[in-house]
Ligand binder design. Structure first.
Ligand SMILES: Cc1cc2nc3c(=O)[nH]c(=O)nc-3n(C[C@H](O)[C@H](O)[C@H](O)COP(=O)(O)O)c2cc1C
Ligand code: SF4
Ligand code: SF4
Length: 444
């Protein structure tokens, strides 16, 4: 049986599945229920300065049949008393001494940081997470993402935290910044023990068409919220990769957050270098029970691949994530349609003809409307295979024999890249484009 336990920057946990700081970690009741269900750690709902929350707090993007494909909130940090939270952290640690309880913190002055770190440690927190991410409300008061967007300020506060803390410090970053490496490096310079990301993305999820106010509407008005859930996973993965590959950050453990819902998401985050994952939206949507599928799936994956611990595959995808200029320009794939599976919906034809490279035709007089690929025109963009509603009906088949490789970088060095707008060596040359008459043939 594979061993799922982790030592994350000195914080021990029976597995890498942690709850992110958010409503599911609002109380001892919830965190104990979660641990009982199988979660290995929990980052407590952020403790800090006094706040008052508004009523009507969440909005969502329901995409076609999927509810909460993207989730949005304008909630602040905890509005429960510090005394209650600390008492409950202490209780949780009594019942679950081997689980990880991390106190997420957000205050302003150095004195306040010192006090709240001491309070959290006295309550038994195994680590502290500095919340430099909240992009609504708290940032207007100079905290949250206002700190995460100012590397110099972030570094100063990490230094304070390291001065006062005896437990490991996790610095939680905001994605609301153009270059995530800047705050990442600042956190490392400040001496952080680890980094977590991403917090939510500044967003407006919709406008009420009667009141013209953004969702969630609070008495006729709204404000930008923080976006999270499945929709943000690609952004989180890119940012995790950026940090995990950086020579000055790669040795700092990373807790991956953003759109994690299934065991596959967990594995992907670990393959990109995460040493633990944190989950919020998926638990708010489906409850604590999702951890059972996560655990089973990760264990099955590890057994299939022969891994004993998660460290056996942590970061294994990173060498394959490279810059565009290092990709093989000789690699060639072409779409292939399995006629047995095709239902003749023509979605691939429409997508390729209108949105890609006019490389699919419906044979004239065809009764079943099964399309054909025009090999010479197929650039191997994948669009038809992504659009096709039938699983494995369109596959991308390799057409080069794998023996040749040349990259843009190599061609630049060899002086063989196209250099003018009309250069014969440009990639799209020779591509057949239908005529004006073809474009207007449906005109009435
Ligand atoms: C309603 C809500 C409240 C949140 N509150 C906090 C918070 O107090 N502190 C914090 O660091 N992050 C907070 N977050 C952000 C989450 O911890 C997490 O970083 C983000 O939601 C991305 O993860 P997900 O896609 O799994 O939801 C909150 C998120 C939501 C949806
Ligand atoms: S892979 Fe792209 S170019 Fe080729 S047939 Fe499909 S959509 Fe058209
Ligand atoms: S999208 Fe798929 S099922 Fe529909 S016509 Fe194309 S190949 Fe056939």
């Amino acid at each position: 049986m594979p061993d799922l336990s982790i030592d994350f920057a000195g914080i021990k946990s029976p597995n890498p599945f942690w709850l992110a700081s958010a409503p599911p970690t609002n109380s001892g009741y919830q965190v104990m229920k979660a641990f009982d269900a199988g979660w290995g750690g929990a980052v407590w709902k952020t403790l800090g300065v006094p706040v008052i929350n508004v009523s009507s707090r969440y909005g969502s993007i329901n995409y076609h049949g999927t509810r909460m494909a993207g989730f949005n909130n304008i909630e602040l940090i905890t509005d429960r008393t510090l005394a209650d939270n600390l008492k409950e952290i202490e209780e949780v640690k009594k019942y679950f001494p081997d689980h990880a309880v991390i106190a997420s913190l957000m205050v302003e002055s150095k004195k306040e940081w010192e006090q709240i770190i001491k309070d959290s440690e006295n309550a038994g927190a195994d680590g502290i997470e500095l919340n430099f991410g909240c992009p609504h409300g708290m940032c207007e008061r100079g905290m949250g993402s206002a700190v995460g967007q100012e590397p110099a300020v972030l570094e100063t506060i990490v230094r304070w935290a390291k001065e006062f803390a005896t437990v490991p410090v996790i610095t939680k970053l905001t994605p609301n910044i153009s270059h995530i490496v800047d705050p990442g490096l600042a956190a490392v310079r400040g001496g952080t023990d680890s980094i977590s990301l991403i917090n939510t993305i500044k967003s407006i999820v919709g406008i009420d068409l009667d009141t013209y106010a953004p969702y969630p509407v609070v008495d006729g008005k709204g404000t930008n919220g923080g976006y999270c859930g499945p929709a943000v996973k690609p952004i989180a993965m890119e940012m995790i990769k950026e940090l995990a590959k950086h020579p000055d950050i790669m040795s700092t453990p990373i807790s991956g957050i953003g759109g994690v819902e299934t065991w596959r998401d967990v594995v992907e985050f670990i393959l990109l270098g995460a040493g633990s994952v944190q989950v919020c939206t998926a638990v708010m949507h489906y409850g604590f029970g999702i951890v059972r599928e996560m655990e089973k799936g990760v264990v099955r994956f590890m057994k299939d691949k022969g891994y004993e611990t998660i460290y056996d595959f942590k970061g294994k995808a990173l060498p394959n994530v490279t810059e565009w200029k290092h990709l093989n320009l000789k690699h060639k794939v072409v779409a292939e349609i399995d006629e047995e599976k095709c239902v003749g919906c023509d979605l691939c034809y429409i997508a390729c003809d209108d949105g890609a490279h006019q490389a699919i035709r419906i044979p004239e007089g065809s009764e079943n409307r099964i399309p054909e690929i025009i090999d010479e025109n197929c650039v191997g963009c994948n669009l038809c295979s992504l659009v096709c509603p039938v699983e494995e009906c369109i596959t991308m088949v390799q057409r080069d024999d794998g023996t040749q490789s040349v990259t843009w970088d190599e061609r630049t060095q060899a002086g063989t890249i196209p250099t003018t707008f009309n250069d014969e060596r440009a990639g799209g040359n020779g591509h057949f484009v239908p005529t004006v008459a073809d474009a207007l043939k449906f005109r009435k």
